[in-house]
Design a protein around this ligand. Structure first.
Ligand code: ZN
Ligand code: ZN
Length: 91
């Protein structure tokens, strides 16, 4: 979790209609399954990279190209976040 995050900001974005639509599209593309273990339960859409613009502002979750998004189940997602640091790129 980003410690500079303003109260509630990122979490609220995850309920934004634009994100829900993007999320649904990615889960459909991945056949409603975790791409690692094939589970169909507790699916989350994970960002493989985070992007910031020249001014250091984070991209909004739905502004990423589909190729940076992947469907995972909750347990693979948590494991992934423990193992890897998500790289941030300035674009
Ligand atoms: Zn999984
Ligand atoms: Zn994630």
């Amino acid at each position: 979790m980003d410690r500079n995050e303003k109260h509630g900001s990122y979490r609220e974005l995850l309920f934004d209609k634009r994100w829900l639509e993007k999320r649904a599209k990615i889960i459909k593309r991945d056949n409603y399954k975790c791409v690692i273990c094939g589970s169909e339960e507790d699916l989350v859409v994970h960002h493989k990279q985070y992007h910031v613009n020249k001014r250091g502002e984070k991209f909004l979750p739905w502004q990423y190209d589909d190729k940076y998004l992947v469907t995972l189940c909750k347990s693979c997602h948590q494991r992934g976040h423990k193992l890897y640091n998500i790289p941030t790129f300035e674009v």
